[in-house]
Design a protein around this ligand. Structure first.
Ligand code: PLP
Length: 361
């Protein structure tokens, strides 16, 4: 069996050790005589799996006690709706910072339920840069400020946290969750679809400060109520049991790697290899993001000479470097460098990029 080096943006690669353990436990989870997939979600065995996943995640991110950790379904896209349905109320609506496709979609969805103002928007073309907070049009009466911590398609990442005073900050961290240390207490709500950096698709993690839960608007489905989900330990109905189990194994794997700080250092080194290869062949490769906002998780680049994309991808494939094509909406190349990707594998990509640019440059 040969495993490829998978640069896909999501669903994405998982740590080999986790997949091996999932395989070993597939027919008989720890003497239970059944697969986790076959287990009742309210059984004592599954209760242990869920509790361990939550406590390991709390430990990894030092999540304060006044935050709920929820394991939900519907993807990050459902959070685009659940956030306004739960948080819009006493204030003037949501302020949206638009730095790419995902934050733009979040704002559009929120607009279906109330006032979603574009407080700032990244400029197209040139070297794209997240606008400085001094230029944002924030309303002090807003219900919340929403941003996307890492725009997966263009590869634009926040390396700073805005100051929003009393207004809760809401962040879509789908593609950089657990890739770096974060100060949870600076956010009102964090959400992330699991399939980028955490586990299988079908699971969405929500971390919400307890005073922000409990305000679901009356006409919304009861399943969307953060407070009800918190009270029921994410089991208002059947949770995505198998995805939570695999995510729990990823949390244990992360702890074995030394935690989020250690993985962050590795992620910085990995990103430096790819951007280093791009910058060393400037003129041949181009990354369109200001260096301060370059994503550590999704490095995007284009090949300046036209007609070489297919050859680049075919040569990569021969070296088992796969899923490097950029998002279908933008083209070009994208190397996703999530936690499970080893430094040596990123080095293989960087070496190939350098060799390819010498051959054609
Ligand atoms: C992938 C992604 C989404 C959409 O996730 P779904 O789980 O497909 O709804 C939203 N935001 C970001 C930042 C993403 O990377």
């Amino acid at each position: 069996m040969t495993r490829v080096i998978n640069f896909g943006a999501g669903p994405a690669m998982l740590p080999r050790e986790v997949l091996v353990q999932v395989g070993a436990e597939m027919l008989d989870w720890q003497g239970s005589g059944m697969s986790v997939m076959e287990m009742g979600h309210r059984s004592p065995e599954y209760g242990r799996i869920l509790a361990a996943a939550e406590s390991d995640l709390r430990e990894l991110l030092a999540i304060p006690d006044n935050y709920h950790v929820l394991f939900l379904q519907g993807g990050a896209t459902l959070q685009f709706a659940m956030v306004p349905l739960n948080l819009m109320g006493g204030g003037s609506g949501g302020d949206y910072v638009v730095t790419g496709e995902w934050s733009s979609r979040a704002a559009r969805e929120a607009g279906r339920f109330g006032t979603a103002r574009i407080a700032a928007e990244i400029e197209d073309g040139g070297l794209r840069q997240i606008p400085a907070q001094s230029t944002w049009q924030l309303d002090r009466a807003a219900d919340y400020v929403h941003l996307c911590a890492n725009e997966t398609i263009a590869g634009i990442e926040f390396n700073w946290i805005p100051q929003t005073g009393e207004v809760p900050l809401v962040a879509d961290m789908s593609s950089n969750f657990l890739s770096r240390a974060i100060e949870v207490e600076r956010y009102g709500l964090i959400y992330a679809g699991a399939q980028k950096n955490v586990g299988p698709a079908g699971l969405t993690i929500v971390i919400v400060r307890d005073d922000l839960a409990g305000h679901l608007r009356p006409a919304a489905p009861s399943l969307f109520d953060y407070a009800a989900q918190a009270a029921a330990h994410s089991m208002v109905n059947t949770p995505p049991t198998f995805s939570i189990y695999v995510a729990g194994l990823v949390f244990k794997w992360l702890k074995e790697q030394g935690g989020v700080g250690a993985i962050e250092a590795r992620n910085v080194a990995k990103a430096a290899l790819v951007y280093g290869a791009i910058d060393a062949a400037a003129g041949f490769y181009r990354n369109a993001v200001a260096p301060c906002d370059r994503s550590r998780m999704n490095a995007t680049f284009t090949i300046s000479r036209s007609g070489l994309d297919a050859e680049f991808l075919a040569g990569a494939q021969e070296r088992a470097l796969v899923q490097l094509a950029g998002h279908r909406s933008v083209g070009g190349m994208r190397a996703s460098l999530y936690n499970a990707m080893a430094l040596a594998d990123v080095q293989a990509l960087a070496s190939y990029m350098t060799e390819f640019s010498r051959r054609h440059g």
